[in-house]
Design a protein around this ligand. Structure first.
Ligand code: FAD
Ligand code: ZN
Length: 477
């Protein structure tokens, strides 16, 4: 890492940037602090300044200035990322480029079924704009009240409806990007078909800000369902959850829009920290599935299909109990059980997170074998296992055993990662299914990808960001 700038050097650089960028520039420690600490409070960085441009031209001006002065650019959206990608390192030689002020909805086309939005648009506002136009924007995740579409694209976020609508990449038709040299590429095409060479937008999606800055995007819209039904089902084990998934897909086909696995321990910590969260079933169960279907006919049709699915699953011994939400408020309450798990984990204290995927058919074996290996090596640890079973993606987190100090426990992180990620590799899975690599999993990735794959990634980085100013130290070292 380079040495930090002297205060006089820093002041001169900021003054020079001011001559090229007249938008909001934060330099006071109290103003910049929230942009320098990540959501998990694991990484605190330093920066020359935080720039908050209002338009694409200003983003380009800031990036051009950074390129000329060899200053790193760290793009930031809602700063809800979980792998340390959105905050700078400790060198103080970076500009944090916050897209928060670029939050306009530029266009809605209900015939083409597309919406064009700026990168700083908060996901929830994008969903609302789609609803206002009588359409669905299906990307949905726990952080939707603060994460921004530019961040969602840059991490290729998943969330709870991937099963039906795909992840952010699959929802994206076009991008506007400021390149690492400060040029503007307007690729805001709303085309379902376009085979005119390399798909450049797909390079920027999931690049975690290491190739350029996404300033706007054209995203797909879908018809709004007439009704949604949510249920919480109790299952004895992950294998039963898999059987329920198969049955639900057979019976509901494309209407099945979410299928989330939650362990009993996850709900225990949610109930401990959030008084308003209570599971709707009287008997405890080791595992639960939260499932949702979207229906394009009517509320009654949706409820009937869902009830018959639950009865069939119950008779087949796949589920032991189920509660079907009778109102929107109840459905929200079911979802808040699932969505409060990450917050409850923060309140519980330090923990080791994994965001893994394996083929859906391997999920139960993965859980049983890996839980056993961990519990043998680290007696008493708490397994916090939940996630998007319908996508083969688990948040496979581990909390310390009672009485073990958090810092002592965190010292086991490399060894625990080895157990979990080796098991993932055995099942030909991924060590980062939806959160990206950031700085947390950058080096771990090298261990599990082939040298050919890493070398191709380096070639892409070199071609698009030859000076290495875009979010250095993230994704690749
Ligand atoms: P940030 O955290 O600000 O940035 C993330 C990365 O993208 C960084 O590397 C940053 O440099 C880069 N970046 C941001 N904006 C741009 C841009 N305009 N151009 C170029 N690069 C950019 N993730 C999921 O996938 N699924 C989930 O279900 C999910 N649930 C979550 C629940 C909670 C409670 C929390 C806190 C997080 C969750 N996440 C989930 C992780 C996180 O919300 C997502 O990764 C989200 O997409 C990040 O968006 P953001 O705007 O906060 O991006
Ligand atoms: Zn998730």
């Amino acid at each position: 890492m380079n040495a930090p700038f002297e205060p006089s050097q820093q002041a001169a650089l900021v003054a020079d940037l001011r001559t090229r960028f007249s938008g909001r520039l934060l330099t006071e420690a109290t103003d910049t602090a929230p942009f320098l600490l990540d959501w998990r409070k694991r990484w605190t960085g330093k920066a020359l300044a935080v720039a908050q441009p209002d338009d694409t031209e200003s983003v380009a001006a800031v990036v051009r200035w950074c390129a000329e002065h060899d200053i790193a650019v760290v793009p930031q959206g809602g700063n809800t990322g979980l792998v340390g990608g959105s905050v700078p390192d400790e060198s103080g030689r970076a500009i944090v480029l916050s897209l928060a002020r670029m939050n306009n909805i530029r266009a809605v086309d209900t015939v083409n079924n597309t919406i064009t939005v700026e990168a700083g648009c908060v996901l929830q506002n994008l969903q609302q704009a789609a609803r206002d136009a009588g359409r669905l924007f299906p990307l949905s995740l726990g952080a939707e009240g603060s994460c921004m579409i530019g961040g969602n694209l840059s991490t290729n976020a998943g969330g709870v409806q991937v099963l039906r609508y795909g992840n952010t990449r699959e929802l994206c038709l076009g991008l506007e990007v400021v390149t690492a040299s400060g040029e503007i590429w307007n690729g805001l095409r709303g085309l379902r078909k376009d085979n005119t060479g390399y798909d450049l937008k797909d390079l920027f999606v999931g690049a975690e800000g290491t190739l350029g800055v996404i300033t706007a995007a054209t995203m797909k819209l879908y018809p709004l369902p007439a009704a949604q039904v949510t249920a919480l089902a109790a299952v004895p084990d992950p294998q039963s959850a898999m059987r329920l998934l198969e049955l639900a897909q057979n019976r509901l086909a494309a209407s099945l829009t979410a299928f989330e696995l939650i362990s009993d321990y996850c709900l225990t910590i949610v109930e401990r920290h959030f008084e308003q969260c209570r599971r709707p079933l009287s008997e405890p169960s080791p595992w639960y599935v939260l499932l949702e279907s979207s229906d394009f006919e009517s509320e009654a049709h949706a409820a009937e299909r869902f009830e018959s699915l639950c009865s069939e699953a119950f008779e087949a011994g796949i589920i032991t109990d189920a509660a079907i939400a009778a109102s929107i408020a109840q459905s929200k309450a079911f979802w808040s059980l699932r969505e409060s798990v990450p917050e409850a984990q923060v309140l519980e204290g330090k923990n080791i997170k994994h965001d893994i995927s394996v083929p859906i058919s391997s999920i139960d074996r993965f859980i049983i074998e890996t839980n056993a290996a961990i519990e043998t090596a680290y007696e008493g640890v708490r397994m916090v296992v939940f996630g998007h079973l319908g996508d083969g993606n688990l948040h496979y987190n581990i909390s310390p055993a009672p009485g073990v100090s958090p810092d002592e426990f965190m010292g086991n992180e490399p060894a625990l990662n080895r157990i979990v990620h080796d098991a993932v590799a055995e099942h030909r899975g991924s060590i980062s299914a939806e959160h990206g690599l950031g700085r947390l999993k950058r080096d771990e990735n090298v261990r599990y990808k082939s040298p050919v794959e890493i070398s191709l990634m380096r070639s892409v980085k070199q071609a698009l960001d030859p000076k290495g100013i875009m979010n250095p130290g993230k994704v690749l070292n």
